[in-house]
Design a protein around this ligand. Structure first.
Ligand code: GAR
Length: 320
């Protein structure tokens, strides 16, 4: 099993980091922790990680610009060959450029039931509002604070005598159960054929006049009528013993296909059988798949076989 390489950033006690770390030591964990880094040299979580033989890194944010601090933290991530960054009580906002470069690969845990109570003092605000529950949310980090897709939540009842401190303590118990599982699910979904197929299907069927049809035992997508349509994509789940989960799309021909495979073998491969007629495989079971790029290929492949009455429409629409 591929174990995703995860780095964790902390600023404080690091109890969530510890929960993530100990969960990762199980044989069936979908991820391994390759680095624990902090902006605070005295963060107690660093000693926990060191004790378990995990690489650590510290770079204080004091007296340096955000850009320089982020650059140092990012370098540590790259040096550790981390595929994902998991924030666990990291009390710094990452700069937009950093977040964009790691888009879809940074997760955070936030101590509220998002979208309620973004930012700070979440427990005090939940109590003051008379909410029946507080809790925690695991979400994808986007440039907008605490606003990315929520992946999982845990609810914690608010009692009548609750204080922000007492609620924070119980929310942490819930977080420790929630976070390792959410991280595991997230990092494995990029290797899960069902998830990958669902994404390809959504993109393929969003194009005009398309439908799904199996071909030689694999799902495919056609443009045109049910009767006379043509395939523009095939989904391959480790077909013919290949290691890849992939979508096959049409290139301009054998020269282009071979150039692509030679230049970027981590993204492209020449599929058995279909390769002979210029179809290239886009590898999906790998870290950091760019879904916009997949979408561009699907559109191009669609255009290359779609009937003129449809491509004419698209051409006209693109002129406006
Ligand atoms: C956690 O409760 C986490 O949700 C919160 O900080 C705590 C860290 O505790 N995160 C944020 O407030 C992020 N804005 P820990 O260091 O013991 O894991």
């Amino acid at each position: 099993m591929h174990r995703a390489r995860v780095a964790i950033f902390i600023s404080g006690t690091g109890t969530n980091m510890a929960a993530l770390l100990y969960a990762s030591l199980r044989d069936d964990s979908a991820y391994e922790v390759v680095l624990v880094a902090s902006n605070v040299a005295t963060a107690p979580g660093l000693a926990i990680a060191e004790g378990e033989g995990i690489a650590t890194f510290v770079h204080s944010h004091k007296g340096v610009s955000r850009a320089d601090h982020d650059a140092a933290m990012e370098r540590a991530l790259v040096d550790a060959k981390a595929e994902y960054l998991v924030l666990a009580g990291y009390m710094r906002i990452l700069s937009d450029g950093f977040v964009r470069r790691w888009e879809g690969r940074i997760l955070n845990i936030h101590p509220s039931l998002l979208p309620r109570y973004k930012g700070l003092d979440t427990h005090a605000r939940a109590i003051a509002a008379g909410d029946s529950h507080g809790g925690a949310s695991v979400h994808i980090v986007t440039p907008e604070l605490d606003a990315g897709e929520v992946l999982a939540q845990a609810r914690v009842a608010i009692r009548s005598d609750e204080t922000p401190e007492s609620l924070a303590e119980r929310v942490k118990f819930a977080e420790h159960q929630l976070y390792p599982r959410a991280v595991s699910n997230y990092v494995s979904r990029g290797y899960d054929a069902e998830y990958l197929y669902a994404r390809v299907r959504e993109l393929a069927l969003a194009l005009p006049e398309t439908h799904a049809r199996d071909s030689h035992g694999s799902p495919g997508f056609r443009v045109g009528t049910e009767k006379s349509g043509k395939f523009f994509a095939h989904f391959n789940n480790q077909h013919h013993g290949e290691e890849h989960i992939a979508v096959l799309v049409k290139t301009g021909g054998m020269d282009e296909l071979l150039d692509l495979v030679e230049a970027q073998p981590e993204i492209y491969f020449k599929p058995a059988y279909y390769g002979a007629s210029g179809w290239v495989g886009l590898i999906l079971n790998r870290p950091g798949v760019d879904w916009e790029h997949v979408d561009e290929w699907l559109q191009r492949s669609w255009r290359s076989v779609a009937p003129a009455r449809l491509t004419r429409l698209i051409g006209a629409a693109e002129m406006f």
